[in-house]
Design a protein around this ligand. Structure first.
Ligand code: GUN
Length: 291
């Protein structure tokens, strides 16, 4: 069993990006600048956004964090987005999801300039991705593809089962892995809460991407010997033995599934850090596109 080490791989990627940034600096080119908007005080979102900002510093990017209160109106958020769209120094920006219920997330994502949409969530960029045209790929699926590529996990002709049809992970993952690309050419099945006999389907899978958001949902009896497991889940589970009062759990029961897996991502230290590294890669690309 091989651990797909997202922490190490993301650090390799960040080192590569840092070299590019240093090169740009020495050539007198613009330093990439990423901005992030965080609305409210959701604990997990705060952790993610802070981690994104810290990673910017690590690779030599400039970063801006825009922290808005929980009761921010849709109009106020749209105004902030318009400011970032116009700001010539900002190469790319993200609006951290989920958003408070008074705000229509789809409307917000559509307000982002597609050229600065480093999350790849704007319909124009989703369309380009679907048509296999150059664009910003959504960071989590992009990170998973990078992990599979660097560990040389074969995808061509393999049965991939994606659990979860979210717009930010399951759906784009299913599209990308079915495409004619180096990490692709797979036969993809996308499953969700209405899927019947899920266990029968997962048992046939060569690769499983678990992205449904239910702690330790996928168990050893649901997979075949030699399977590759990508665990996208990261849920806070109450645990009084921990100082912070919770532990982080993936969508996969690591204990039982790892016994049968050929490759598996841990939680934490698997997909999570890769997502951040790919966001940085997209920001570098956004900056290069403007050269
Ligand atoms: N919330 C969970 N994942 C993501 C992501 O990749 N980008 C943004 N903006 N919000 C998220």
């Amino acid at each position: 069993m091989t651990i797909l080490d997202g922490k190490k791989t993301s650090n390799d990627l960040k080192d590569e990006i840092a070299i590019e940034v240093a090169k740009r600096k020495s050539e007198g080119k613009k330093i990439p600048h990423l901005a992030a908007i965080l609305v409210g005080t959701d604990g997990a979102s705060m952790t993610y956004v802070n981690s994104k900002v810290k990673s910017c510093e690590k690779v030599g990017f400039n970063s801006t964090l825009i922290d808005l209160p929980e009761d921010t109106t849709e109009e106020q958020l749209l105004n902030e987005i318009e400011d970032l769209n116009k700001d010539k120094d900002i190469d790319g920006f993200i609006v951290q999801l989920p958003l408070p219920k008074q705000i229509d997330a789809q409307k917000v994502l559509m307000a982002v300039d597609p050229n600065k949409d480093v999350d790849g969530f704007h319909p124009v960029n989703v369309g380009k991705m679907t048509l296999d045209l150059p664009t910003f790929l959504p960071a989590t699926p992009y990170g998973i593809m990078e992990l599979l590529e660097r560990y040389k996990v074969e995808t061509s002709g393999k049965n991939v089962v994606v659990i979860g049809r979210s717009h930010i992970v399951g759906r784009p993952m299913s599209i990308l892995l079915s495409q004619k690309r180096p990490v692709g050419n797979a036969t993809v099945t996308i499953t969700h809460s209405r899927t019947k006999n899920l266990e029968k389907i997962t048992k046939e899978a060569d690769i499983i991407v678990a992205a449904l958001g239910k702690a330790e949902f996928l168990t050893g009896d649901m997979v075949k010997e030699g399977v590759t497991i990508i665990d996208v889940g990261i849920t806070r589970v109450k645990d009084d033995s921990k100082r912070r009062g919770y532990r982080l759990a993936g969508d996969v029961d690591f204990e039982s599934v790892s016994k049968k897996a050929a490759f598996i991502t841990p939680v934490p230290g698997g997909v999570g850090p890769m997502t951040i590294a790919m966001l940085l890669k997209n920001t570098l690309l956004a900056c290069e596109n403007r050269d």
